[in-house]
Design a protein around this ligand. Structure first.
Ligand SMILES: Nc1nc2c(ncn2[C@@H]2O[C@H](COP(=O)(O)OP(=O)(O)O)[C@@H](O)[C@H]2O)c(=O)[nH]1
Ligand SMILES: [Mg+2]
Length: 207
């Protein structure tokens, strides 16, 4: 897929104010600082589209980006921000879970995982939550340029093994780097394929 256009549409805290669910949508989520904004910029080839920063815990909104006038990338706030309070964390859980549960046009959750790290409990828990809800997801291992491919492969193998404790099959995954554009074509092809089979879901207009 060639990305011809990518534009920011809206930031939301209320599910009721999201764009109508008539276009295929892909939610990007992961721990704060995993490289989510960088990945969105890399995929869309637009440097400043999603703001990148060294300071975790900044994005607290559901951000919609409209690609090729045909599909949405959704930037969700990162989880596991160490300095967030319990109340903030509970609020995050409720908000994100609500969006993921209710969004009719959501096609796939892109779960970003730092390829440099051994499996993290919070990432595994989130995958398990998605699995329990029957939500489709894929893994996107980020920052692969930061270490040898051997190390990346080892961490991926460990992550897959950890998931097999609860899943029958390990999910599809992508290895990416926002620095080298590794994984870009593969992710865009994956999305393109789903877009081609998309049918507008039945939904109720907000009252
Ligand atoms: N070397 C390298 N650094 C990255 C990559 N992706 C993100 N980063 C850096 O990691 C930090 C966090 O990235 P950001 O995209 O803001 O993460 P977010 O909090 O998940 O949105 C920034 O300093 C980025 O420059 C990558 O693929 N390779
Ligand atoms: Mg970000």
């Amino acid at each position: 897929m060639i990305v011809k256009s990518a534009e920011f549409i809206c930031s939301n805290t209320q599910i009721s104010k999201l764009p109508p669910p008539v276009k295929p949508e892909y939610a990007f989520i992961g721990r704060s600082n995993v490289g989510k904004s960088s990945l969105i910029n890399m995929l869309t080839a637009k440097k400043g589209l999603a703001k990148t920063s060294q300071t975790p815990g900044k994005t607290q909104l559901i951000n919609h980006f409209y690609i090729n006038d045909n599909w949405y990338i959704v930037d969700l706030p990162g989880y596991g921000y160490a300095r967030a309070s319990k109340t903030e964390k509970a609020k995050w859980d409720k908000f994100i879970h609500n969006y993921l549960d209710k969004r009719e046009s959501l096609q796939c959750v892109m779960v970003l995982v730092d390829s440099r790290l051994e499996p993290q409990k919070i990432d595994l828990e989130f995958c398990n939550w998605l699995g329990e809800r029957g939500l489709s997801f894929v893994l996107v291992f980020t920052k692969a340029d930061k270490q040898s491919s051997i190390k990346t492969d080892q961490n991926i193998a460990k992550f897959k093994k950890a998931l097999l404790a609860t899943f029958e099959e390990s999910p599809q995954y992508f290895v990416t780097s926002s620095e080298t554009q590794l994984g870009r074509e593969e992710i865009l092809a994956f999305i393109d394929n789903i877009n081609n089979n998309f049918e507008i879901p039945h939904y109720q207009l907000p009252s």
